[in-house]
Design a protein around this ligand. Sequence first.
Ligand code: ADP
Length: 526
Amino acid sequence: MPLKKITLILLLIILLPALFFTGYELNSLSANEKLLSEIYRRQLDAILFSVNQYAWDRVNNWVSKLNLAFIEARDHSDRTIQFMLQKFLSENRNLLAAFLLNTQTQSFVLVQVGGEDAALRQILTEAFETQQETTARLERMKRSGYRKIESIMLPAFDEQDSENLALIFVSDLSRADIAGLVLNSDSFVQQVLSPKLQEAAGQEFILAVFQENRSQPIFSTAPIQVQESKQQKNLWLFPNHFLGIRPQGETFEELARSRFYRSLLLIIILDFVLILSAWVVYRNIKREMELSRLKSDFVSNVSHELKTPLSLIRMFAETLEMGRARSERKKKEYYHIIRQETERLTHLVNNLLNFSRMEAGKKQYQLEMANLNTVVEKVLKNYRVHLQEQGFDVSLRLSEDLPETAVDAESISEALLNLLDNAVKYSNSRKFIAIKTGVDQGDLFLEVEDHGIGIAPEQHDKIFDKFYRVSTGLVHNTKGSGLGLTLVRHIMEAHGGDVIVKSRPGEGSCFRLVFRNAAQTQNEDK
Ligand code: ADP
């Protein structure tokens, strides 16, 4: 399956659902938050409503009682009414005064707790002069059968520093005069309303009553500033007064916001994990596909590598068998070709066997003290002629004072043969090979350098992978198994060493086998 198709499938089965899910979740998250906020807002409203209702009920209760007293009064003379109001005030604490205003004569019957004070009468007279519209409205409503209570703010009197409130309504007297109760708004809130505020606030909320232009609350169930209240509602009966509420501890918005960010973080992590796994799956598939492509190339490469020498051997063996080679020189040449091709086959089969042992973890190395120069010379004894026949100029620079080191001589020969074989295969017209041994920064090295086609830097790591072959240029036409350098690296790792490649396209390559600290080990041993 082409990689593009797999990428598309991965995109479809992992990334698209992840994206869809993220979009959906984000959308429903904010919708949920909105819904919860709305429900919460209504709950706060309901609490504030219940407080307002309570205040109204208390006042209404007074009004009903007073009206009842009016109805039950023996006569409607000022004296009787005064007496009745006195009785009413003594029975209902929290009130400062009660009065009845004769709307025709505009005269008051006023009874005040602790004896009448001229100041209040003055205040009330002035207030009613400006409130004629209110009283007319109350009367109109009363005629249509509806009793309304209005409130009028009165300035402070009687050495109090807070404002008072007159609650006025049309009395149930036959004369339909305006009756009223005077109370101190702060005391009402602090004494009458406070138990209800405590009850409504419970453990979860802070409730407070504020008055406009005052930053401190008149009463609050816990310390609170006016700007801290999350929701506010006017107190129906008290002009300029309002209720404020907020939850104890974190507000709902803060909770909702932190919940939103937590969910967002979770979604991001989830998406990240999904993308990461899609990437890992993609990489694995890509690697597997690459490997299977390399394997199939390998089979065709190796078949070709086997076929070429076999057909040459067969052809020359047949020629010799049939006696077609007349001269001794020709015969010798044919024998030589047969031997050379057999060696090539042996090298290939050795590589294959070693590779399969290496893959199975069965390749064993026997390290013995030896001189690298000896190993090189042994290999070159057989191989030099071959190199020269191919037209190579071989430069041998062996370090004279090279210490011995622990090596598996046979494997190192194999590694060297592979490097030489590559140098031959991947050289064009500049046929030059330099073999060098030496000590560099305490490490022994064996180097094979050529002036061949070179290797692009981005390929330097890959060429050591199994089956990997650079698939451009000359390499494309040169057959190989893609196992040579894999084996070289495996051999060097078994020696605790390394293979270092230095190469540039068009400038040639240099492969250096490094035997780590071998020289020092050698010295310490001595
Ligand atoms: P093979 O030579 O059988 O293809 P190797 O594992 O020996 O396999 O090498 C892997 C690849 O590294 C080669 O296909 C080639 O492209 C590149 N390579 C190795 N040695 C050289 C070299 N001396 N010069 C240029 N390219 C090289």
